[in-house]
Each structure stands twice: as C-alpha cells, then as structure tokens.
Design a protein around this ligand. Structure first.
Ligand code: NAD
Length: 301
C-alpha cells in the first residue's frame, strides 16, 4: 500500500481520490474546503490540515486544482509540496493548466530531484467517479513509469504525449477540437430541426454518415437520442461551459505562442464567451445549442 497525498477534492478530485482508496491506497487528503475533506474521510481517507502535512511521507502526490496559479501556490514556497514531499516521491498534476505553468512546475520539481508529470484528464465527473478517465501525460519516461501505476487506478487509458508540458498541450488541442465539433453538431441539429426533420431521424442518419462525431453520438446536445447526455437532465454539467471557455482561452494562448493558425478555435472561444456571459454560466457546454436556437429565432445569421 502506498501513501498518496491528494490535494484538490472538487468535482473531479473527489471521485479520483475515492478510486485510489478503492484500490487499497492510503490517501491523505487536503482541500481548502473542509467539507470536501470530510466527505473523503467518510470514504476511508485520512485528513491533512495543510499541503505540507499531506505531502510529508508521501510516495506519490496528486493535485487536481482549478488553474496554473493554484498549482504553483500548492507546489512552491516553504509550505508547498516541493518543500515537504520526501525524496523519491512521484508528483502528478492532473489539473488542466497552461503549458508554461506546467513546464515551470516540472523544472522546479526537477531541480529538487522529483519525478514530475503533467497528467491532465479527458472525461468528466462521471468518468472520474467510474475510474474511466483518459490521462495525457507529459514528462520524462522514467517519471512516466513511476506515475503510470497510480494513474491506472483512476483511468482506463494512460498515454504519454512527450516531455514536460506535452500532456497539457495534448489536452488543449483535444478540447479545442471538442468545442469546434460540439458547436458544429449544435448548428447541424438546429438547422435539421428548422428544415422539418425529427431530431432522432437526423441523429440516426448523421451517426451512420460522415458527420459522425463524439459530440453527436456520445453527448448529443439535443434531448432524446443519447439518454446519458446532459441534454436529458436540463443541461446540468457534466462539463460546465466556463470550464470549456477556460480551456479555449488556454488553447488560444498556446496557439499564439506556437504560431498556429486556429480560426475556428478563435471563433469557438468567442461563441463560448458569449454563451457564458449570457445564460450559460451554470450549464453544461452542450447547452450552447440553446443559444444557437435563440439566435435562429431572432433571425441572427
Ligand atoms: P473544482 O473547482 O470542482 O475543484 C477544485 C478544488 O481545488 C476545489 O475543491 C478547491 O477548494 C480546491 N483548491 C483550490 N485551491 C486550493 C489550494 N490552494 N489548496 C487546496 N485545495 C485547493 O474543479 P474540478 O471540476 O474538479 O476541476 C479540476 C481540474 O480538472 C480543472 O483544471 C479542470 O479544468 C479539470 N477538468 C475538469 C473536468 C470537469 O468535467 N469538471 C474535466 C476534465 C478536466
């Protein structure tokens, strides 16, 4: 049994940490939210009062935090993971953060002799709970080898993308593509409906034709065809629209740095910004179909 510090027990982290407990690991849990810690303790974790206390004596440290500044506030400084984890511990940051922050964390960890990987995930809250996440991992191959057994306990696929930051790069490229095909799926369904097609008929055809994509067949944004999709429960997230907007902003920042042309990614970011600023803040990202339908009603192109 390994001792694992788990820091960040929100929507995703709580399910992931619970799977480490189910796999028989000794989890020491910390979050700024004491209620989140208490809930995990009821599932078999031990509570830590601070990042430092969680990290002390840990064989592995997992962080699942909102964004780059949170990760650095947990890793850096006299009270952070890097100051308190024992030599030989493997450090895994599973948050989705900007590539530069991930590379900076990797460099600081390397200076102190730690094995560190960035290991963001694909799959939402349901996959975190079911232990079926996909991990996209950046870091040296020896760090990957140390991290893989722990990530396996929380996921269905653990894939090395390359050196430090490569996991984050893969994640934001994937999510930019997801945003683009979700918006495309919403436009196509809305147009099919306005042309008089039944949603289910269009779904049956497009899911067997060249328009087939994950947004349609696994996450259909219109209620009906895919029972497990958020569209069938009032668009309760799921993957919240502001999270998608965050990822698109990271993607646009990375595109600028890399000199990559992303006209559809930029347009998707504008569409999600407008959606979040209007009614979308508390909704799943697939609810953007409602804005597209409202624009159609209002006669907007
Ligand atoms: P969340 O806001 O629900 O959870 C984040 C947790 O971190 C909160 O409980 C918060 O209290 C805690 N936290 C923040 N700062 C802290 C600190 N300094 N010390 C200790 N705890 C601290 O977010 P989430 O939905 O769990 O997402 C976490 C990460 O996973 C994000 O980077 C997100 O982009 C990514 N992600 C989310 C989803 C999803 O569907 N929700 C899917 C894939 C990836």
């Amino acid at each position: 049994m390994a001792q694992i510090a788990f820091i960040g027990l929100g929507n995703m982290g709580s399910g992931m940490a619970a799977n480490l407990i189910k796999a028989g690991q000794d989890v020491r849990a910390f979050d700024l939210n004491a209620e989140a810690v208490a809930q995990l303790v009821s599932k078999g974790a031990r509570a830590a009062d601070s990042v430092a206390q969680a990290a002390q004596g840990a064989d592995a440290v997992v962080t699942m935090l909102p964004a780059g500044p949170h990760v650095h506030s947990v890793y850096d400084g006299p009270d952070g993971v890097l100051a308190h984890a024992p030599a030989g511990a493997v450090l895994m940051d599973c948050s989705t953060i900007d590539v530069d922050s991930a590379r900076k964390a990797a460099a600081l960890a390397k200076d102190k002799g730690f094995a560190f990987v960035d290991a963001p995930v694909s799959g939402g809250v349901a996959a975190a709970e079911a232990g079926t996440l996909t991990f996209m991992v950046g870091g040296p191959s020896d760090a990957f080898a140390k991290a893989e057994p722990y990530l396996d306990m929380m996921g269905k696929a653990v894939i090395r993308a390359g050196e430090a930051g490569a996991g984050q790069a893969a994640k934001i490229c994937n999510n930019m593509l997801l945003a683009i095909h979700m918006i495309g799926t919403c436009e196509a369904i809305n147009m099919a409906q306005r042309l008089g097609l039944e949603t289910q008929d269009f779904f049956n055809i497009a899911s067997k034709a060249s328009g087939q994509c994950w947004s349609l067949t696994s996450y259909c944004p219109a209620p009906g065809p895919v029972p497990a999709a958020p569209s069938n429960r009032g668009y309760k997230p799921g993957f919240a629209a502001p999270m998608m907007l965050k990822d698109l902003k990271l993607a646009m920042e990375a595109a600028r740095t890399a000199g990559a042309s992303t006209p559809l990614g930029a347009h998707a970011a504008e569409i999600y910004q407008r959606f979040v600023d209007s009614d979308g803040e508390g909704l799943d990202f697939s609810a953007v179909i409602q804005m597209i339908a409202a624009d159609s009603e209002a006669g907007k192109a």
